[in-house]
Design a protein around this ligand. Sequence first.
Ligand code: MN
Ligand code: MN
Length: 474
Amino acid sequence: MDNVEKEKLEELAENLVYRGENVWEKVSEEEKEKIFALGEEYKSFLDKSKTEREAVQEIVRAAKEKGFLDLKELKDGKQIKPGTGFYAVYRDKAVVLGVVGSAELSRGIRLIGSHLDAPRLDLKPQPLYEKHDLALFKTHYYGGIKKYQWTAIPLALHGIVVLQDGRKIEVVMGEKEDDPVFTITDLLPHLAAEQYRRRLSEAIKGEELNVLVGSIPLKGEGYKEKVKLAVLERLNSAYGIIEEDLMSAELEMVPAGNARDIGFDRSLVGAYGQDDRICVFASLKAVLDIETPEITAIALFVDKEEIGSVGNTGMQSKILEETLYELMKITGQEVSLYKLLSSSKALSADVNAAIDPTWEDVMDKLNAAKLGFGVCLTKYTGARGKVDASDANAEYIAELRNLFNREGILWQMGELGKVDQGGGGTIAKYIANLNIDVIDCGMPLLSMHAPFEVSSKGDLYMGYKAYKAFWMDS
Ligand code: MN
Ligand code: MN
């Protein structure tokens, strides 16, 4: 009698209870190989895409290689037909990729949007100064960082300097094996008695994020700041620039070094900028791999998410609308843009926080995403009483559940921490403003926004599969 009851109980549990599944327990040996192969590709993408501009270059290079055409060069529907891939670059910091579907644009598009920018330290317009015979750069941090994490680690300099005549000088220093790196110094513990009394958020203050860049003075009498002058001389001989050129520049200090495997089993990736370049990579790879979809597929890669999706390269700009308008013009389809947008569906491809064994208290364990349990849907973001949230419609979630379950894609539902613990947002709310059904769908991370973030190769693989299935669904 006891045994029967036990079986019945297990049967009920099997049928009724939701259980997340671990990717590594679920996939075949053959799929495991694919997961690790994708991980290698991902790491090399990260190494080549440490800024939003570098990511755009890498995306366009990969798109051209697959035969995607520049939307600006397309004319009158002659070169464009179902299956044609196209791209449109905006100010070298945002890019839209698409594959024309077999259906009319009045059926809408299927949009996957991710962001190319990541937290970092921007050089100030006048960065260079000398103090105590050392040369330093002043910085202004970009996005939400824990400032103390950026000291005492090797940093690399990436970006562009635009000369008065419009010529662009690209700078990458600190990534090659024999390149010098830069660093922000921190106080030795022996003398940190006062610093220890500061709040953690102020352990290193914004104006203390000063980067060490040189120490050899020029020889001779006269001009006082000889270390600064020596640095300017080196910049001039390496890049042909003068100090004023730094005012028309976008130079970023980012953690130096390549992406690495983490763990004895190599299951995880450790690297800078995985928020949100893990979703950028997965959706790029997916859009390049799809055959002709029924509904036109659009991969949108935007800038400035980390500071509120503002500016003319962010999600709140009209980049998407302009691209769609151009596409309608080229394909000769007269559709109302409102109609097109409201018929569309979208995924906001952005990361969520995974539960951290050491910091589990900030999460509601029942609702937290876990590393290695698949791509993560996040119904709502926001803070406090869901303020500023994008809250996905239940009908839409049902549709996606159905799709992912049908396609054998492991997925989980996540939330950004306990109620009233904090919060955040993504580009989802701005996509929702366009009258498009949207939900956040991306990979969970540990150490989000840190110089070295952690993701699971298993989740990346499921994310890639999810994005592909979303575009090929009709
Ligand atoms: Mn993000
Ligand atoms: Mn972020």
